[in-house]
Design a protein around this ligand. Structure first.
Ligand code: GRG
Length: 309
């Protein structure tokens, strides 16, 4: 019988809710400081950038950055730039994903999508600008290790996760799958690239900032990040079927309406849920190697699979 989340012996952080809120407030502050002021020209573009990146969102990827740093004893101030870079890439992907040429969505995070609040051309530019700001942040921003080799490695990891082998490639597979029934292996490949790659990068980029880390710890984090990235996306697929649109801040049933290939459409809701719980247990088992210092990361894992939005 495979392990369950309950059977994995790993402690959780009893103060996790407070920690989560502190990290969410921290990333909001850090992003606000790095984004161009809405009063600077071109003001409409800058306003739209801030509209798209600030104010809401669970901040899953920055939280993973801070929790990984915590597990490895890295000060938060040394990974603020990483947390901003991954969230900027995520924000860009949402803006472009919502465009009429892609998912054509009207609502995101409970308010009009960028192209609805502004216009399509502005939304394209917002995505472009957020993406390059992520790389500028890693190349020249504060809140990162000063070592140029580490920064280069961070740029490399983020570029790989965002490109055709990662998010952009996964999005292409997703668009090409509309109306087709994919095999489980094909759905997993699509999910691992589209969503999993950036989640994985969030963990591995934080790990790259550690002055000292064991190969075993890096391997454990790699395994953890792969498992939790896929579990997160399966929960996203399930929430699109069973979730509450008010809590989600967007319409449910979009995957089915767009005839999207998803985990539940490939193997059914119950098998998808079972697999998500197995991946959760696998992620926790990988963390067990890091001992009690991984307690916040274990709490993040629970949050990602038990979330309602
Ligand atoms: C446009 C290159 C390009 C890629 C788009 C990430 C993505 C690829 C599309 C987003 C569409 C989507 C619903 C993907 C499923 C998983 C996912 C990334 C959900 C949204 O992420 P959350 O839940 O969102 O972290 P918040 O709003 O909390 O930040």
């Amino acid at each position: 019988m495979s392990a369950t989340a309950e059977s994995v012996q790993i402690s959780r952080d009893p103060q996790f809710q407070a920690l989560l809120e502190r990290w969410q407030a921290r990333i909001e502050r850090e992003l606000a400081a790095r984004l161009p002021l809405a009063t600077a020209r071109p003001t409409r573009l800058h306003e739209a950038l801030r509209y798209s990146a600030l104010g809401s969102g669970k901040r899953v990827r920055p939280v993973l950055v801070y929790a990984t740093a915590n597990a490895l004893g890295i000060p938060e101030a040394s990974v603020d730039g990483v947390a901003c870079a991954v969230e900027l890439i995520h924000a860009y992907s949402l803006v472009h994903d919502d465009l009429p040429a892609m998912d054509d969505d009207d609502l995101r995070r409970g308010r009009p999508t960028c192209h609805k609040a502004y216009d399509e051309a502005t939304a394209i530019l917002v995505g472009d600008a957020l993406q390059v700001l992520a790389f500028e942040t890693l190349a020249s921003g504060s809140g990162l290790p000063s070592d140029a080799a580490v920064r280069l490695e961070l740029v490399r990891l983020l570029a790989i996760a965002s490109g055709t082998g990662g998010m952009a490639g996964g999005q292409a597979l997703d668009l090409a799958a509309v109306g087709r029934r994919l095999s489980l292996a094909e759905v997993e490949e699509m999910h691992e690239r589209k969503t999993g790659a950036l989640i994985h990068a969030s963990v591995m980029m934080a790990a790259a900032c550690a002055e000292r880390r064991s190969e075993a710890a890096v391997q454990a984090l790699d395994e953890f990040a792969r498992a939790i990235g896929l579990a997160f996306q399966i929960q996203d697929d399930l929430l699109d079927i069973e979730g509450d649109a008010t809590l989600l801040g967007k319409a449910t049933g979009a995957d089915r309406a767009h005839d999207k290939a998803t985990y539940p459409s490939s193997v059914g809701v119950e098998t998808a849920r079972r697999h998500m719980h197995e991946l959760h247990a696998r992620a926790l088992a990988a963390l067990a190697l890091l001992g009690s210092r991984a307690a916040p990361l274990a709490s993040v894992s629970d949050w990602l699979v038990l979330r309602k939005h």
